[in-house]
Design a protein around this ligand. Structure first.
Ligand SMILES: Cc1cc2nc3c(=O)[nH]c(=O)nc-3n(C[C@H](O)[C@H](O)[C@H](O)COP(=O)(O)OP(=O)(O)OC[C@H]3O[C@@H](n4cnc5c(N)ncnc54)[C@H](O)[C@@H]3O)c2cc1C
Length: 406
């Protein structure tokens, strides 16, 4: 991570030498000196080197994509698992002194694994914040302090089910506890509005380390409604999806409509044994009867009836739409849980596009023919309407394409 390099030439020179000579003497010296630096900071029991029997399990604990667990995947020299702010400061200081790159990992859920692998050949260190994950809720003032290591099930975040009404998690951040490259602890006031803006956008890890976020809480009612309806090509999926693009942005803000497109085995009239299936899923901040009425008025083509709807609490809707419908809520707190249909640790590549104009039917037919090709097996497309006033996202609709292989 670039933020740890000082502007002087010395650390750059050190990294240059290391990349050509590791693992011979000079890098071994750096390694030893770095460990010594950490031990003199009294955190040696939180330091995992490649010699430590727990090193692999700690490294792989939040790797969710097996593309990044191969013998050739770049591995960190050292993983540090801080329990206290001072441990983070010590790791920054020692890495800086010895010119080592730092990767900060919170949930490790990044699509490209950038929180735990390094593109360059330089040796690197991971600060894994998994132990710093407390969530303190202040109900009276409707705010919460959430440490960076908290996972989505422990708190929620990003662009979630509420973002059409309340924006992204980043829009609701009102303060942060942050450590810069010099180890200084800053908050919103002391870091200034420019840096506060920057740490809430892209470029995670570029500016320093966020220890915790202060987040404005929002209200959800006791009951929400969820439905999920699947249509195959033979059930007019193309026409319904095409139509959906023209009306979905008119849905009320309290509705999260998303679409997943995949393939399924079937026997069609023209003898094919594979077809495309489009699943329309929605979470609605209201009761089922209201939702059915609304859909019949705006989107009767889908044919939603009350039998398709399930009323539940908001947190249960996370399970229902997160492909965990029969699980206990406790599963949301399980950091090691992986979505069951993907079995073990999947290997996947994902790409996002933003569509500003509706895709014509012929465009979908082009996508279908690609999806039905044998080598596309396992690919899924997700559509989400991101019609929102968020300062971070103002596009109409988003297509995420994921290709999973077992
Ligand atoms: C299958 C899948 C589905 C997804 N679905 C959604 C979704 O529905 N909505 C959504 O919003 N996102 C989604 N994401 C994206 C995910 O939210 C982001 O990748 C997010 O960054 C993950 O957070 P993390 O804490 O696990 O990040 P990490 O992987 O730990 O880190 C991501 C980046 O931030 C840096 N970083 C980590 N911690 C800190 C810190 N404390 N301070 C400074 N920098 C830090 C890392 O160095 C890295 O560059 C999805 C990802 C996957 C793989």
């Amino acid at each position: 991570m670039g933020f740890l390099h000082s502007s002087s030439l010395f650390p750059f020179l050190l990294v240059f030498i290391v990349s050509f000579s590791w693992p011979i003497t000079s890098s071994a010296d750096i390694y030893g000196d770095f460990l010594h630096c950490l031990s003199s900071s009294s955190i040696s029991n939180l330091v995992y080197t490649q010699m430590n029997s727990s090193y692999s399990s700690i490294l792989e604990s939040t790797i969710h994509n097996s593309r990044f667990i191969t013998p050739t995947s770049p591995k960190p020299w050292v993983i540090v698992t801080p329990l206290h702010v001072s441990h983070v400061q010590a790791t920054i200081r020692c890495s800086k002194i010895h010119g080592l790159q730092l990767r900060t990992r919170s949930g490790g859920h990044d699509f490209e694994g950038v929180s735990y692998i390094s593109e360059s050949e330089s040796p690197f260190v991971i600060i894994d914040l998994a132990n710093l994950r407390s969530v303190q809720v202040d109900v009276e003032n409707e705010v919460a302090w959430v440490q960076s290591g908290a996972i989505m099930g422990e708190f929620g975040g990003g662009y979630g089910l509420l973002f059409r009404k309340y924006g992204l998690a980043a829009d609701n951040v009102i303060d942060a506890e942050f450590i810069d490259a010099n180890g200084r602890i800053l908050n919103r006031k002391s870091m200034g509005e420019d840096l506060f803006w920057a740490i809430r956008g892209g470029g995670g890890g570029s500016f320093g380390i966020v220890l915790s976020w202060k987040i404005k809480l929002v209200h959800v009612g006791e009951t929400v409604t969820v439905f999920s309806i699947s249509k195959t090509l033979e059930q007019n999926a193309t026409q319904i999806l095409h139509r959906w693009q023209y009306i979905s942005y008119k849905f009320p803000d309290g509705m999260y409509p998303s679409i997943t497109i995949s393939t399924t085995n079937t026997t069609t009239q023209d003898g094919r044994n594979l077809t495309v299936v489009v699943t329309f899923s929605t979470m609605f901040l209201g009761r089922a009867n209201e939702l059915v009425l609304l859909m019949q008025n705006i989107f009767s083509e889908l044919g939603l009836t009350s039998k398709d709807c399930n009323e539940m609490s908001f947190v249960e809707s996370i399970l229902a739409l997160g492909l965990l419908p029969n699980q206990n809520l406790e599963i949301l707190l399980d950091r090691n849980y992986r979505v069951s249909f993907l079995v073990a640790t999947p290997s996947f590549k994902t790409k996002s596009d933003y569509v500003k104009k509706p895709i014509p039917e012929i465009g979908f037919q082009g996508i279908w023919s690609q999806l039905l090709e044998p080598e596309a097996r396992g690919a899924t497309f997700n559509f989400v309407v991101k019609w929102t006033n968020s300062r971070n996202l103002q596009s109409l609709s988003h297509i995420g394409r994921g290709i999973y292989t077992k």
